[in-house]
Ligand binder design. Sequence first.
Ligand code: NAD
Length: 243
Amino acid sequence: MSVKIIINGAYGKMGSLLSEALMQTRDYHLLARCGRQDDLAAIIRQKKPDVVVELTSAEAVYANAKTIIEQGVKPLIGSSGLTLAQIEELEKISQEKKLGGIIAPNFSLGAILLMKYAEEIAHYYPQVEIIEMHHDYKKDAPSGTALKTAEMLAKTHCKTAPAVQSKESIAGATGCRHQNIAIHSLRLPGFIARQDVIFADQGETLSISHNLIDRKAMLPGMMLSLKKIQHLDHLVYGLENLI
Ligand SMILES: NC(=O)c1ccc[n+]([C@@H]2O[C@H](COP(=O)([O-])OP(=O)(O)OC[C@H]3O[C@@H](n4cnc5c(N)ncnc54)[C@H](O)[C@@H]3O)[C@@H](O)[C@H]2O)c1
């Protein structure tokens, strides 16, 4: 039997990409495509989906994620912008409801592998910084991927730039900090999504880089998430935990 899906934010770039892909497969049945004007809770109650894919915006994601979980439906959350406190809260509600779900800051395999190996490399280098580059109409900064990468780097012994004593003559010159990891965000036309992680020790640097040049690169990760989510009984934060 095919899995019944609603996409919220279905008319945006990511939502359109997934809508088209789902319409071409028999394994999934796209019940509804929701946008800004729709009452998500009412549509969930009416259509009774197995999964709601959330692809809207940083401002809307937390409220939408809560709505989906409170309706007892599995959320696949691709929107960026959730804080760690909000993720913990969503994990708690999911646990109470014994409900599976996925928060995926990045659906691309390359970006997930970058995060996974960056976490490993961080054991060997005392300093690291992140540069993330996105198209100039991306609404939030830093990106969800950069935040997640910083959280993964911070788990290891790596402490970012404690020795750097640069005094900022202009606020923000050395980037922002998330869990003590420096993140620099560029917003320029020409990029879709790129992230570099630069490690350093005395006399050397090591850089790893992922460059997404077509949003289609997100599709395999989205389809994998839809497959894996069916068997989950808790909320998973990050696709690196499922590949
Ligand atoms: N996880 C990933 O791999 C990944 C990749 C790219 C983008 N993103 C994130 O996914 C989200 C969507 O990205 P996009 O590039 O498709 O953006 P987009 O602006 O092209 O599309 C967002 C859509 O959501 C709609 N929307 C906004 N608020 C809404 C609400 N409250 N209810 C219903 N619909 C609403 C908008 O009208 C728009 O149609 C963003 O948060 C972005 O950062 C995640």
